[in-house]
Design a protein around this ligand. Structure first.
Ligand code: AKG
Length: 266
C-alpha cells in the first residue's frame, strides 16, 4: 500500500477503494477492527460516559447533551437528555489511542493523505435507542480549516452496525470538489454548524451503512449528515480526524486544543 500515489490525481491503476475516495469524497472499508476490539471500545466509551455525565456542569449541558425521543417515541421523550458525544478519546483514553494506531487503519489513512500522520481531534458519537438527534449537513473542513484541505481525512469507525434505521452517515457524492461553503449555527447551538438550507436544497444524500468494525473514510470537504436513531439499537461510532504531519487546523471555526494532537507515524 505504501507504493500508491496519494492525492486527488490518484486514478487509473489505483486500488478501487482509493479511486472511489477521490471520486466520491468517501469510501467504506469493512473489517478493519475485530468484534473484540469494537466491544472493548464500547465498554470503555460507556464507562467514560458515566464518569463524564456525573461531573458535567450546567454550562456544558447544551454542548454535550441531546434531547431523547427525537424520533417521536413517547417513552424516550419522557426520559431526560442523553449524551451526544465525547471529545478527544485518542488523547484521553489509552484504548482509543491504540485504535488510532491500529496498523490496518493507519495504512489506509497514509494511502489517502500521505505518510506520516497525526490525529488532530476525535469524537465518540452516541445515538442511544430511540434517542440522539440528527447531525445536520456539514463539511469537516469548515470546522477545522486545515491549511491543506486534501491533507485531512476523517476515519469514522462503526463500533456497531450503522444503518438507515439507527442513523448511519449520508454523503453528497463528489461534494469535496466544490470547496468549503459558509456554515451557520442555530441560536444556542454553536456546535451545530451546518450548510444553510438554501445552499443544500435539492442535494441528494447517499446513505453509507457501515458494519461493526468497518470504517467510513471521508474527505474534509465532503458534505455529510446523520439522521436520528429510530431503532431499538444503539449507534455508537468514533470519528478520528487525521492530518498529514505539519498540516495544522489553521483557520478553525471552533476552538481545538493543539496540545492534544497525537503523532501516530513519521
Ligand atoms: O456520527 C455522526 O452522527 C456524525 C459524524 C460526523 O459528522 C463526522 O464524523 O464528521
Amino acid at each position: 500500500m505504501s507504493s500508491v500515489t496519494v492525492g486527488p490525481e490518484a486514478t487509473g491503476a489505483q486500488p478501487d477503494w482509493l479511486r472511489r475516495y477521490w471520486q466520491d469524497g468517501h469510501v467504506t472499508v469493512p473489517g478493519i477492527f475485530s468484534a473484540e476490539q469494537t466491544q472493548a471500545a464500547i465498554a470503555d466509551a460507556m464507562a467514560w460516559a458515566d464518569a463524564f455525565l456525573a461531573e458535567l456542569d450546567a454550562e456544558k449541558r447544551a454542548w454535550y447533551l441531546d434531547r431523547a425521543g427525537a424520533s417521536g417515541d413517547p417513552e424516550a421523550a419522557a426520559r431526560s437528555a442523553v449524551l451526544r458525544k465525547l471529545d478527544n478519546p485518542h488523547a484521553l483514553r489509552p484504548l482509543f489511542r491504540a485504535l488510532a494506531a491500529h496498523p490496518p487503519l493507519v495504512e489506509r489513512v497514509e494511502a489517502l493523505i500521505g505518510r506520516g500522520v497525526s490525529v488532530y481531534f476525535s469524537q465518540i458519537f452516541f445515538k442511544p435507542p430511540h434517542g440522539g438527534g440528527p447531525k445536520p449537513v456539514h463539511q469537516d473542513n469548515f470546522y477545522f480549516g486545515p491549511a491543506d484541505p486534501d491533507g485531512m481525512v476523517t476515519a469514522w469507525i462503526a463500533l456497531e452496525d450503522a444503518d438507515l434505521e439507527n442513523g448511519c452517515l449520508h454523503y453528497a457524492e463528489g461534494s469535496h470538489r466544490r470547496g468549503v461553503l459558509p456554515h451557520s449555527a442555530p441560536e444556542g447551538r454553536p456546535f451545530d454548524l451546518q450548510i444553510p438550507e438554501k445552499a443544500r436544497a435539492g442535494q441528494a444524500m447517499t446513505p453509507a451503512p457501515v458494519p461493526a468494525g468497518g470504517v467510513s473514510f471521508h474527505h474534509g470537504g465532503t458534505w455529510h449528515q446523520s439522521a436520528d436513531n429510530r431503532s431499538k439499537r444503539w449507534r455508537r461510532a468514533c470519528a478520528l480526524h487525521y492530518v498529514r504531519n505539519g498540516n495544522a487546523f489553521a483557520t478553525p471555526a471552533l476552538p481545538y486544543d493543539h496540545s492534544l494532537v497525537v503523532r501516530i507515524t513519521g
